[in-house]
Design a protein around this ligand. Sequence first.
Ligand code: ZN
Length: 97
Amino acid sequence: MPLFDFQCTACGTVREVLLRSGQADPTRCQACGGEVRRLLSAPADLKRMDAFFHKETFSDADIASKGLTKYVNRGDGTYEKAAGSGPDVMSRDKLPL
Ligand SMILES: [Zn+2]
């Protein structure tokens, strides 16, 4: 699914839109209701998407130091803590709330 930039011809606002095949282009600006035009920048968009989907991954130590918690799916409806603080196990049937 390609990302396209649309620019408003009235106020100049640029909006990024993810278009599925067969989906019509947006025609109106969300900010002012003006007419929008697609900007021709597909190669740049593809590079940006690639960067997004291959962004930096974090080690377990990084996760813990940022105050986050990582859980690993054990496949039986339970998640086991791999890094950070929080309950050691979470179950889909028994949430720790
Ligand atoms: Zn506008």
